[in-house]
Design a protein around this ligand. Structure first.
Ligand code: PMV
Length: 331
């Protein structure tokens, strides 16, 4: 390798992934190693693009939608760059520009897409060739759930057992084509950034919530169930598993000190409405660390679900997606 050649401009795109079995809690906070396995679906729409370019400034810069990313958030990106610099001879500064189509910090997994695209664009810019597994690990160091936006399709993130995190990465266990009818609808009830970040929420829950050990204990079993339900395209089994995972994640947050409540009154009304609709339609909800639920259904019912939700909640915004994704280099 000739370090003087690097960095070169490189751009990548990734989409968010939505956990059916949640990651909530770390066995190592510095390396973003999860306490348990998780299972997710990668989206086919609303990609986040990251452009990495050489930079004349003395230090690396990261911009998000045209604004500099402030500390401590920029630290996640700098951590990834530091790891890549250890593997590349490249010492010059870079600038990264993130352009996301997902509202930021509202619990719609925007950071997973951004960090996955950033890991690929930055490693390419610095001339570091990574296997899919290594890329997933590198993205994980920036944001845990980003490890799952690297492969695409239906993915499982392995908790791993090594202290250095070398066996904690995500891999596809079924391609998007395996279940083309699965549809996801993001329902945006609020664009307010969440008050408690996932990292702070996870640490507080693990330290103070009496129900936390029970939550972690069930994750492995739920991950196995979700993977088997997806493998056999058993919608009812996936619905029960995914709702239980989201319910227990939010339940355990409620038992933290001080309590963490990501839902808003409108979220509760929506969940009740969706539960009612699910009596006659293939439909379930999931909720990340924010007030905005994701609804999961099967084509062609997504039209009906979107219409029913819009009718009952005229002020919410609905984003419709299918399964897809997988990080890639773009021109
Ligand atoms: O990777 P983070 O720090 O953004 O945490 C993601 C946590 C949840 O979205 C709530 C759950 C998950 O598995 O995606």
């Amino acid at each position: 390798m000739n370090p003087a050649r690097w960095p070169l401009p490189a751009s990548a795109e990734a989409t968010a992934n939505i956990a059916m079995v949640k990651y909530w809690g770390k066995r190592d906070a510095a390396l973003n190693l999860p306490a348990a396995d998780s299972v997710a679906v990668c989206l086919d729409s609303f990609p986040t693009r990251v452009d990495v370019t050489p930079c004349a400034a003395a230090e690396d810069e990261v911009w998000w939608s045209g604004r500099p990313v402030p500390p401590p958030r920029i630290g996640r990106f700098l951590r990834v760059l530091a790891i890549l610099r250890e593997q590349s001879g490249c010492r010059s500064a870079v600038r990264a520009d993130v352009r996301s189509q997902i509202p930021d910090a509202v619990g719609l997994a925007g950071s997973s897409a951004a960090m996955a695209a950033f890991a690929l664009a930055a490693s390419t810019a610095m001339g570091v060739e990574l296997s899919p597994r290594e890329l997933s690990i590198t993205a994980r160091l920036g944001s845990g759930s980003a490890s799952r936006s690297v492969p695409g399709g239906f993915v499982r993130w392995h908790r791993g057992h090594q202290e250095d995190g070398s066996d904690s990465y995500a891999e596809e266990f079924a391609s998007a084509a395996h279940w083309p009818d699965l549809r996801l609808l993001a329902v945006i009830v609020s664009r307010e950034p969440k008050a408690v970040s996932s990292t702070v929420g996870m640490i507080r829950t693990a330290r103070t919530a009496p129900l936390y050990p029970m939550f972690v204990e069930q994750c492995g079993r739920l991950a196995a169930d979700a993977q088997a339900a997806i493998a056999s395209r058993d919608f009812g089994w996936l619905a029960r598993t995914a709702e239980l995972s989201a319910q227990t994640m939010h339940g355990v947050c409620l038992t933290a000190r001080p309590p963490i409540l990501y839902v808003r009154p409108l979220t509760v009304e929506l969940v009740e409405h969706v539960t009612e609709l699910s009596r006659t339609l293939p439909l379930f909800f999931t909720l990340d660390a924010g007030p905005n639920p994701f609804l999961v259904t099967l084509a062609p019912h997504d039209e009906t679900v979107a219409a029913e939700v819009a009718r009952a909640f005229p002020d919410v915004e609905i984003l419709r997606c299918g399964v897809g994704g997988g990080v890639r280099i773009v021109a």
